[in-house]
Write a protein that binds this ligand. Structure first.
Ligand code: UDX
Ligand code: UDX
Ligand code: ADP
Length: 471
């Protein structure tokens, strides 16, 4: 019979580890789940008495309220956590390397390696170690080598790959109801036994036929492939949006017609200012780097184009704003609604809004920003990082952060919708119109508002994927 897991540790209390292991605790009351992180402030937030959690995710607070202190614990004591656990998720950050070999493409595996070495150094009993961070293929192999080289008598390590497919903003419902759970293992008796133990955890709430068990490398590659193919759909639809703008076609109508084909399917075909988030670009660049390392330049070029199209989409949108505002936005006030990379999250990693605002800044526009979830400090940090060399003081002369959409739109010449927050659909647009300079322009980068209705109020509306003449 497979090992019945009763004690789980998660190393890394971030966007992936936090929600995933909180849901495991909720669905498996018989398992003690501990989540550790080196970052004391982050752990304090997870433990805060009034549940001011470090990440905003609909439904998460409710899950944590039900389990924290019962069978869900947050701590900075990584060593004790490792010693106690039977199964350890490694869910640390894997940013794109900023320098050295593969800079700008390869994943920085330093955090994964450090966590792995710590497990090897501290463990006094056998462990199942589960790779949960998105990492390039063969990382599991490296982790295995480190663990085996450091194992002690009566202390064996089995390594599994168990990529997470949740999307931010819908993390809890994705975890409750995953399309599939993927577990990769070595195809040895020990590997298969470890796989069965983890499968037993998920089987508490996920149907058996939705738990796919495959080889280690297939599992690792599947994660990169899934994200690359999802991003590719968006770049495809965004490439078509450029054709629509130049003709009389409407991208919403085109995408709808294409998506009706059951072989294509209707989801994930929304044209936008460009995809963001911590995964898509990073994972594609990993795939590009991997392809190049394997001497497959044509494959690398194919996937690289998905990212290039995304960059082009952002550039194209900024240019359209400038062109429409009579070829200059110098000194003009532009309200940017939304700063997060998508709705229902406070996460700003790789958000298209950052690029747009940087472009507006370099055209010397004045920018008003409003986002319902992103805090001010994060916005300043992101804008600073996007314009290295420009002192924050100068940025602050051009950019103002506001507490409501209405405030942000006051005296603006143009409103740019960068994130698809539902509340932007429901703004009192008649009020906004009164407050704005005329002609009052709206640029909908998310196909969010009813262009005809806004047009009737008096706005000059520009919509992604629609020709200006037709709106
Ligand atoms: C993604 C994957 O969906 C998820 O399975 C994986 O585990 C992590 O990466 P996430 O980045 O959280 O999740 O959000 P997602 O909903 O995929 O959106 C990514 C970006 O694409 C966002 O900027 C979103 O606005 C954009 N997007 C999405 C579009 O522009 N159009 C669409 O049709 C869908
Ligand atoms: C295609 C479209 O499917 C159809 O909707 C359109 O009206 C005409 O073009 P067709 O070319 O007849 O139809 O066949 P299809 O089944 O789409 O296959 C096209 C090619 O793709 C074939 O060579 C097929 O072997 C190949 N293919 C298809 C794959 O290699 N892999 C697949 O998963 C599917
Ligand atoms: P993700 O989106 O993949 O979850 P995050 O950056 O949100 O990534 O979370 C990763 C977390 O892992 C961070 O909070 C970081 O402090 C933590 N971390 C990184 N290395 C270690 C380590 N060796 N031990 C404990 N926590 C770690």
């Amino acid at each position: 019979a497979p090992l019945k897991v009763t004690k789980i540790l998660c190393i890394g209390a971030g966007y992936v580890g936090g929600p995933t292991c909180a849901v495991i605790a909720l669905k498996c009351p018989h398992i003690k789940v501990t989540i550790v992180d080196l970052n004391q402030a982050r752990i304090d937030a997870w433990n805060s008495p009034d549940f001011k959690l470090p990440i905003y995710e609909p439904g998460l607070e409710d899950v944590v309220r039900q389990c924290r202190g019962r069978n869900l614990f947050f701590s900075t004591d990584v060593e004790k956590g490792i010693q106690d656990a039977e199964l350890i998720f490694v869910s640390v950050n894997t940013p794109t390397k900023k320098s050295g070999v593969g800079a700008g493409f390869a994943a920085d595996l330093n955090y994964v390696e450090l966590a792995t070495r710590q497990i090897a150094a501290v463990a006094t009993s056998s462990k199942i170690v589960v790779e949960k961070s998105t990492v390039p293929c063969r990382t599991a192999e490296s982790m295995r080598t480190i663990l085996e080289a450091n194992s002690k008598p009566n202390c064996r390590f089995d390594i599994l790959s168990n990529p997470e497919f949740l999307a931010e903003g819908t993390a809890i419902s994705d975890l409750f109801n995953p399309d599939r759970v993927l577990i990769g293992s070595l195809q040895t008796p020990e590997g298969k036994a470890a796989c069965a133990a983890l499968k037993g955890v998920y089987a508490n709430w996920v149907k058996e036929e939705q738990i796919l068990t495959v080889g280690l490398w297939s599992s690792e590659l599947s994660k990169l492939a899934a994200n690359a193919m999802l991003a590719q759909r968006i770049s495809s639809v965004n490439a078509l949006s450029a054709i629509c703008e130049a003709t009389g076609a409407n991208i919403d109508e085109v995408a709808n017609a294409v998506g009706y084909d059951s072989r294509v399917g209707p989801k994930f075909l929304k044209a936008s200012v460009g995809f963001g988030g911590s995964c898509f670009q990073k994972d594609i660049l990993n795939l590009v780097y991997l392809s190049e390392s394997l001497h497959l330049p044509e494959v690398a070029a194919y996937w690289r184009q998905v990212v290039e199209m995304n960059e082009y989409q952002k550039r194209r949108f900024s240019k359209r704003v400038v062109d429409t505002l009579f070829n200059t936005i110098t000194g003009k006030r532009i309200a940017v609604l939304g700063f997060a990379f998508k709705a229902d999250t406070g996460d700003t990693r790789e958000s298209a809004a950052i690029t747009l605002i940087r472009d507006f800044q370099s055209e010397r526009a004045l920018v008003n920003i409003y986002d319902p979830q992103v805090n001010e400090a994060q916005i300043w940090a992101d804008l600073q990082e996007a314009s290295p060399g420009i002192p924050l003081e100068s940025i602050k002369k051009q950019v103002t952060i506001h507490k409501s959409a209405l405030d942000a739109c006051r005296d603006a010449e143009a409103v740019v919708i960068a994130t698809e927050w539902k509340e932007f659909k429901e703004i009192a647009w008649e009020e906004v119109y009164k407050y704005m300079k005329k002609p009052a322009f709206v640029f909908d980068g998310r196909l969010l508002v009813d262009a005809e209705r806004l047009g009737a109020i008096g706005f000059k509306v520009t919509t992604i994927g629609r020709s200006a003449l037709l709106v």
